[in-house]
Design a binder for this molecule. Structure first.
Ligand code: PLP
Length: 386
């Protein structure tokens, strides 16, 4: 017979488990953890292939598409970004990067490494990419693609994807989206917005396993992958060989390019099932309502947000400015003493004066209330220590 520690026993070391309000990894629900902890089935197992197929169909639904080609591939989010650049972007042909923080900067750095010329205009701190400026640049010269982070988790800025997709299409550029910290928390309408590639990662808004990247490709992007007249300089990062593998999987047949970790695929499939069971609209609505509650609380205790305009604020990530005179480290440790873990800032232009709160995955109203209370107490304490 197994026996779990009583509250009292657990209480001897820590009365309440700390609450991690981080961008990732977020807490996977029990049913996801259960799938992840089972031994990986053989990749040729019929039941496994059938579940992998369901996983792909769920991903397509979650990103708002009826017909996109989708893929679930081993790797981190960064691996996913680099795979997209290496597979879809022709070296020597310029791209436009709409950067709102470190993830846009990473798009730029990846492209440069692959000898893809980059134009990356700067936008004012905390502002979404300015469509007028982007249109000017797109009109001036040919770009093969517009690259953007749906939500940049270093700034908490959400880009206006429908508007950026409209511009990209008007100027015949692909629109390639890093949605790693957006999927599972934000509206995504691949088909009706006209996005070309939407990259997702399971361990943030989906509360799934790390180690996989998810992709959805428009017909135009899939055609570009199949018909490109040049060859990527990397073998394992090429996304083209995955398309027939994923198509075979959805038909219930075995296909192979590289071995995925089967238990991660099963964990992701369950995380996607739960997201669809909650409902696409309901899940976004929950994140939006919790964001609003958090932002009200932050205003109440005098923590300024990096993003000045509400419409540019992401639903699942908030970046706060460390109040004047307090160090980021001192504030975060004072909050940690209250049992809530927040993350240091990664928005370079402001140095160490920001911090991040992740409200992604299975976050609840009680988590938000606890976070605000911990910040309020942490702020008071660190002010007293000054
Ligand atoms: C976390 C994150 C990534 C990269 O994820 P890794 O798995 O750490 O490589 C990419 N883009 C965004 C917007 C992210 O938040």
């Amino acid at each position: 017979m197994t026996r779990t520690a009583t509250r009292e026993e657990a209480g001897r070391t820590s009365p309440v488990a700390p609450l991690a309000m981080v961008v990732g990894p977020t807490r996977p629900p029990a049913s996801v953890l259960q799938r992840m902890s089972a031994p990986a089935p053989p990749l040729t197992d019929r039941e496994f292939i059938a579940e992998f197929g369901r996983c792909l169909a769920r991903l397509r639904r979650l990103v708002g598409s009826a017909s996109a080609e989708v893929a679930v591939v081993p790797g981190s989010g960064t691996h996913g970004m680099e795979s997209i650049a290496a597979s879809l972007l022709e070296p020597g042909v310029p791209v436009l990067v709409a950067s709102t923080g470190m993830w846009g900067d990473r798009w730029r750095d990846i492209c440069l490494r692959h000898d893809i010329p980059v134009r990356a205009p700067r936008f004012p701190v905390g502002r979404a990419p300015d469509p007028e400026l982007l249109e000017k640049l797109l009109a001036r010269r040919e770009h093969q693609a517009l690259l953007v982070a749906h939500v940049d988790s270093s700034s908490g800025v959400r880009a206006d994807l429908p508007e950026l997709a409209r511009l990209a299409r008007k100027y015949d550029a692909l629109i390639l989206v890093d949605g790693v910290s957006a999927i599972g928390a934000e509206h995504i309408e691949l088909d009706s917005w006209g996005l070309d590639v939407y990259l997702g990662g399971p361990p943030k808004g989906l509360a799934g396993p790390a180690g996989l990247a998810t992709y959805a490709f428009s017909a135009r992007a899939a055609r570009r992958l199949r018909e490109r007249a040049w060859r990527p300089h990397t073998y394992s990062l090429d996304l083209a060989p995955w398309l027939p593998v994923m198509a075979a999987t959805e038909r219930g047949e075995f296909g192979y390019f590289q071995s995925p970790a089967g238990n991660l695929v099963l964990g992701l499939s369950e995380a996607l099932r739960l997201a669809l069971e909650e409902g696409r609209q309901a899940r976004v609505g929950r994140h939006r309502a919790l964001r609003d509650l958090l932002h009200e609380g932050l205003a109440d205790i005098g923590v300024p947000l990096l993003v000045p305009q509400e419409r540019d604020r992401a639903y699942g990530v908030t970046v706060g400015e460390v109040p004047q005179g307090l160090g980021e480290g001192a504030l975060l440790s004072a909050v940690a003493e209250q049992g809530v873990l927040l993350q240091a800032g990664t928005f370079r232009p402001l140095g160490r004066n920001t911090f991040r709160i992740g409200h992604l995955g299975s976050v609840t109203e009680a988590d938000i209330t606890r976070t605000i209370a911990a910040l309020r107490a942490g702020l008071t304490r660190s002010r007293r220590r000054l």
